[in-house]
Design a protein around this ligand. Structure first.
Ligand code: SF4
Length: 520
């Protein structure tokens, strides 16, 4: 049996960016209300099995089915996981994303782990219900969240997880499950890049995925030090492979396809020296996807903003290909990480390539303007507390948000995340929000959230495609919730004696003041 926790199986009513709400705390009634409204129950078939499942779990399912047969594998509804277990169950495989709430978004939303995010609460609920007295089956955990257990000694045993698997094992799943069933597997199994599958070894999905997700490439190569992805070997899925998988989601009625990559603009990259996109390959990919029966729109998961600056024509062409426009913006997640040129040079390495790392803040402003002009809506992440970050670096990030807010008719959101030690920075200290926050970093977080609220006020109504009553409920909840969060932050600033820096525009308007620090 395979399973994932509830937060990975709700589509959050397809509200843009609402999947971030998986990470809000369970501790306050206000956040519980927001979660209750937004998190719709998983869709299930006649036998109670979820019909749309995280992409990574579908890969494991497919691999097991290929070797052991369809009847030997089932994906369970996490709300009723007990009903899927019988005397023949040998192994329960759990897909994890943020099992202990240590992911950067959760750490930011929960005051560095002081509170409990829904991701963790729902995972603990799932794993808790698997612990029956005298159970014969083994529990194994895999997926992108496995590293959490490296950071929390004893949690694996405490939660009754018999095995944890790290690394890409799409092709090795049957062998691993077999070893576990025979009692011949160690508690922790680590698979490195050396055994990562080639594209030929990665089985195609057999059934629909969450958010119409289809993978088009793995790995990146830009070399950001905090990122696990960059450690992976780049691999590109060919068009016929992608087409076969899209057909499964399209047949399920998912006409908007999410193209999963770590940097879409690096699809079939040829020039590793300049990192300039292979325009033809990227455009062919989007054209191919849009030509698939049942597909009316597609958009990438991730992409780096420097590509918009090197190849603005590519952005314009892609907009045309996916029929983007004033009424159909194209979402993309992208990392700003820092507004400091020095920190960019130290940590982001080739993120700005072919430009120099020091030009990064200028590229972000320019790239945002180009994306917006072509109806792309970037959702940026900012990392607070990168190793070596000084208050001056953090103030530069505040300045960068300021500059971006001055883009005429600009649209973007910025999610401030706290640093977690993964990638080549594994072993560094977690950024403890409560202990390590200072005035500069507080301002990064505050300005980022205030900008999100501005976007909620301006755009959420327009971007949410739901029946009017539900849309009204969600928009009102988001507006009130956003103000509530800002209110908490302002109280926090007062307690700590932090000043909140006004936006540049306001500062300029303040006659006779060269610097303005209004107290919150
Ligand atoms: S550009 Fe993104 S995916 Fe690539 S290494 Fe940097 S953070 Fe990771």
């Amino acid at each position: 049996m395979l399973a994932a926790d509830f937060t990975l199986l709700t589509d959050f009513r397809n509200v843009p960016l609402a999947t971030f709400f998986s990470c809000i705390p369970t501790d306050y009634w206000q956040s519980r209300l927001v979660f209750r409204i937004l998190a719709s129950p998983p869709q299930v078939d006649g036998q109670g099995r979820p019909t749309r499942v995280p992409y990574g779990l579908r890969k494991i399912e497919s691999s097991l089915v290929q070797t052991n047969g369809r009847e030997s594998v089932v994906i369970a509804d996490p709300r009723h996981v007990e009903q899927f277990i019988d005397d023949d169950t040998e192994v329960v495989g759990l897909h994890s994303m943020d099992p202990l709430g240590l992911g950067p978004v959760s750490m930011s939303f929960t005051m560095g782990g002081v509170l409990t995010p829904y991701t963790k609460a729902m995972f603990l609920d799932l794993v808790g219900r698997l612990q029956r007295p005298n159970r014969k089956y083994k529990v194994v955990l895999g997926g992108p969240g496995g590293w959490h257990f490296d950071c929390r000694d004893g949690m694996q045993e405490k939660l009754g997880i018999d095995h944890i698997v790290h690394g890409e094992v799409d092709h090795l799943a049957p062998e691993i499950f077999d070893r576990i069933a025979r009692g011949d597997a160690p508690p922790v199994m680590r698979f490195t890049n050396a055994t990562a599958p080639s594209v030929d070894q990665i089985p195609k999905i057999l059934a629909p995925t969450m958010h119409g997700m289809n993978e088009v490439m793995r790995g990146c190569g830009r070399g950001c030090e905090f990122c696990e992805v960059t450690l992976r070997r780049p691999r590109y899925f060919p068009l016929n492979y992608i087409g076969d998988e899209i057909a499964i989601n399209a047949r399920d009625g998912q006409s908007s396809i999410q193209l999963h990559s770590d940097d879409i603009f690096l699809y079939k990259l040829e020039n590793w020296k300049t990192m300039e996109p292979n325009e033809d390959a990227v455009k062919d990919l989007f054209r191919f996807v849009m030509d698939q029966p049942g597909v009316s729109h597609c958009y990438p998961t991730h992409g780096t903003v420097s590509a918009a600056v090197t190849n603005p024509g590519l952005i314009a062409d892609l907009t045309e290909i996916v029929h983007g426009g004033p009424n159909k913006w194209i979402g993309i997640q992208s990392g700003i990480e820092t507004g400091s040129p020095a920190l960019s040079r130290a940590v982001l390495h080739r993120k700005a390539a072919p430009f120099s790392a020091e030009e990064w803040p200028d590229l972000v402003v320019q790239g945002t303007e180009i994306l917006n002009r072509n109806y792309w809506y970037p959702a940026y992440t900012i990392i607070m507390g990168l190793p070596g970050e000084t208050p001056e670096d953090a103030w530069m990030t505040v300045d960068l948000i300021d500059r971006m807010e001055q883009i005429p008719d600009g649209h973007f959101v910025t999610a401030p995340l706290t640093f977690v030690p993964i990638g080549v920075l594994r072993g560094e200290q977690f950024y403890n929000l409560d202990e390590m926050i200072d005035e500069a970093r507080f301002n990064v977080a505050y300005r980022a959230w205030r900008h999100i609220l501005r976007e909620v006020d301006q755009d959420l109504w327009r971007l949410t495609a739901l029946p009017a009553p539900m849309k009204a409920l969600i928009v009102v909840t988001a507006r009130l919730g956003g103000r509530y969060v800002l209110g908490i932050m302002e109280r926090f600033a007062r307690e700590k004696g932090f000043r909140i820096r006004a936006p540049a525009k306001t500062r300029r308007q303040a006659e006779g003041h060269t610097i303005s620090f209004p107290t919150a």
